[in-house]
Each structure stands twice: as C-alpha cells, then as structure tokens.
Design a protein around this ligand. Structure first.
Ligand SMILES: [Zn+2]
Length: 376
C-alpha cells in the first residue's frame, strides 16, 4: 500500500518519493498540522495551493470528536474533510500525555480522562491502530510512550521498553495494507536511543519516526540524538522527525538524513501574529510595521505577500479581524513548503550544503523574537 524510493542522495541528505493510497509525496517534506481534521483557518484547496502534499491529523482529537466510526461511515477522513491527498495520523500518545488528565499507564495501555468532558478512556496499541484504520490514514503511527523533557533515566528506560512492547502489538493488530510507522524513543540518552532504534527496526516496519525530541532540549542534543538514530535506521525506509518546525532544525535534520517533518509552528504562530520570512521572524503586531507599505516577505510569492502590506496585516491583528490569522497562516504554510522545495532542488542538484549555508546566512533564527504584544 506504499512505496518509498530514494531518488538521490547528497552526503546524508535524501531526495525521496512516496506513493501512498491518496497520492504522491516528495521528500524531504513538511506536513502542516490539521489536528481536528482542519488546518486551522485554511480550506483544503488553500493548503494544496501552498504545495503541501500530505498533512498530519490527530488520532486523540478525532477519536473524541466526532469519533472514528462516524468518520469511517462518512467515507474516511480524506473524504470527510475534503482533502483528497495523503494524511498521516499520529498515535494520540503525545496528546494523552500532554493534554488529557492522565490517570494511569500500564503495559496494557494509557488510561486517560478526556480534556472535553472528563470521560474515561483506555488507549491500547490495538485500539490506536483500529482508530487510524477507521480514519483511513495513509500512514498510521504506533502508540508510544513519550516522556516530557527533562526526564530521569529510569523513566526513559521504561518508556523505551513499553514503546517496543506496544509497537510489537500494533504490528500484530494492523490489517494488511496499513502503513504503520514505529516511533523511536529514549529521551536524551544516547544508549537508550540506540537500543530503541535497534529494537524497533527488528519489526521491519515500512517507516520510522524519531519521537520525544524538540521538547526544549538544546539543539546540539537534538541533532546528536537524530544523528545516532538515523545511522541505525534502514536506508530504504522513510524517517520522520516528529515536532521539528524551526527552519534551522529542519535543515540540520535533513543534513542527517531525515525525510519528513511536522509542526504546529507555521499555523499556530500565524494565528498569533508571527510570520516566518526569508530573514527570520516578524511579529506583525509590532508598532514598527504600522506605516510599512512593503510586503510581509518581499521574496515570497504567496497570495498574502502579493496582495497586502505589513501595515494592513498589522491593522487586522490589532483590531482582531479573522482575516489576519488566516493571511499569516497562509503565508507561513507557503513559506515552509517553499523551504522544502528549495531543499529538494538543492539535493537534486547536489548542492544542499551551499544552499543551506546561503539560506542560513539570510535567515536569522532570533530575528524579532519578542514584541508581539507591543502597542496592541
Ligand atoms: Zn508570503
């Protein structure tokens, strides 16, 4: 139900192509997040126009509302939400640990209370696979245990063991044709990361994710863990770094051989008034944009940058118009898709290193970091 081919490599960076039930995905790719079956503020047609070929939706949220059986009866998630392209669903594990009131985790599963109505639920590996199959996901993720950062070694060790046990059960529960990815855990302990990668690759799954990173640890640590894990993953399977969203982190991980990314940054920051542009980040509410008739990013050809000034975008945010978050989200999603297509072209031409140093010489990660609340 899935083919993945590496078309070209440039040092460790990889250019790849997926064929999934709902379409083709070119890698390295960035997957916008559509948590509740919607990339917030954008229509599926607008998301597709940015060049996005696959999005991430959330098992935990869709299980609670509207319910996976209801989505299945509606013809699957792609049809239900009008997105006629591939969808990856996460396992729900991360939300269970971060959002729900977690009551108990045992080897059997994760028992939690809904953040909506307090009702009690048990996510077992088998149920999580069943939910994702009912949603009709192109790529399903194994239930994993993702401890917060920082975490002590005994907890990280237990999470690695449980994640392996659950991956085994997810693999046994899946229907033929379900594209199930394993998730490597191990926090920031190099030997646990290696142990987790070795144990999961024994299951011969069609793809592997690196979870439990980008949780606030220093970037050198993130990159070190990614390098160690990527070196142990089979070269013919896709690798997905979960939750990495800063352009500098994506570029660093592509350099280490990662193929897939997702993050709420472009959409969440877009809604709160922060744009990613070629030079770094812009806090659009900042009063210095009040009379700026220039484009948000003169180097960008998205609808927002072609049509509106910074002064107007700032005005929309200051008065609280719904169009402001929508236009900034559209630009941000567009910006990340342009970033990925730039990366793919550079790998194809064998010039990833020079492309990334040129990109990073313009892009200053810390540019205009604060000031969102200035002069509201
Ligand atoms: Zn733009």
């Amino acid at each position: 139900m899935m083919t993945f081919a590496i078309l070209k490599t440039d040092s460790l960076a990889r250019l790849g192509r997926f064929e999934l039930p709902h379409g083709v995905v070119h890698t390295p790719c960035f997957m916008p997040v559509g948590t509740q079956g919607s990339v917030k503020t954008l229509t599926p047609a607008e998301v597709a126009e940015t060049g996005a070929e696959i999005i991430v939706c959330n098992t935990y949220h869709l299980y609670l509302r509207p319910g996976h059986r209801r989505v299945q009866a509606a013809g699957g998630l792609s049809k239900f939400m009008g997105w006629n392209r591939p969808i990856l669903t996460d396992s729900g594990g991360f939300q269970v640990y971060s959002l729900a009131a977690l009551t108990r985790v045992t080897d059997d599963g994760a028992e939690f209370q809904s953040h909506i109505d307090g009702s009690r639920h048990l996510f077992t590996p088998e149920l999580v696979v069943e939910i994702q199959e009912a949603l009709g996901s192109d790529i399903a993720m194994c239930l994993d245990e993702c401890p917060p950062y920082p975490v002590n070694r005994p907890v990280a060790e237990a999470a690695v063991a449980r994640t392996s046990l659950w991956a085994d059960r997810c693999g046994a529960a899946r229907q033929p044709g379900t594209n199930l990815f394993g998730i490597v855990q191990g926090a920031t302990y190099p030997d646990l990361r290696e142990q987790s990668a070795k144990s999961l690759t024994k299951l011969d799954l069609p793809g592997y994710a690196i979870g439990g990173l980008c949780l606030g640890e220093p970037s050198e640590v993130t990159y070190d863990m990614v390098a160690r894990v990527a070196a142990l993953l089979p070269t013919d399977r896709p690798r997905y770094l979960m939750g990495a969203g800063y352009p500098e982190d994506i570029i660093a991980a592509v350099r280490l051989g990662v193929d897939m990314f997702d993050c709420v940054l472009p959409t969440r920051n877009g809604r709160t008034g922060t744009a990613f542009i070629s030079e770094g980040r812009v806090a659009i509410r900042n009063s210095r944009h009040a009379d700026d008739q220039g484009a948000l990013d003169p180097a960008c050809d998205c609808y927002t940058c072609r049509s509106f000034s910074r002064a107007y975008l700032r005005h929309l945010f200051v008065v609280g118009e719904a169009l402001g978050p929508k236009l900034l989200t559209l630009h941000n999603v567009w910006f990340f898709q342009r970033l990925m297509s730039g990366i793919r072209t550079a790998i194809e031409q064998g010039g990833f290193e020079s492309w990334s140093s040129e990109f990073l010489s313009r892009y200053r990660p810390g540019a205009e970091p604060a000031g969102q609340e200035n002069d509201r």
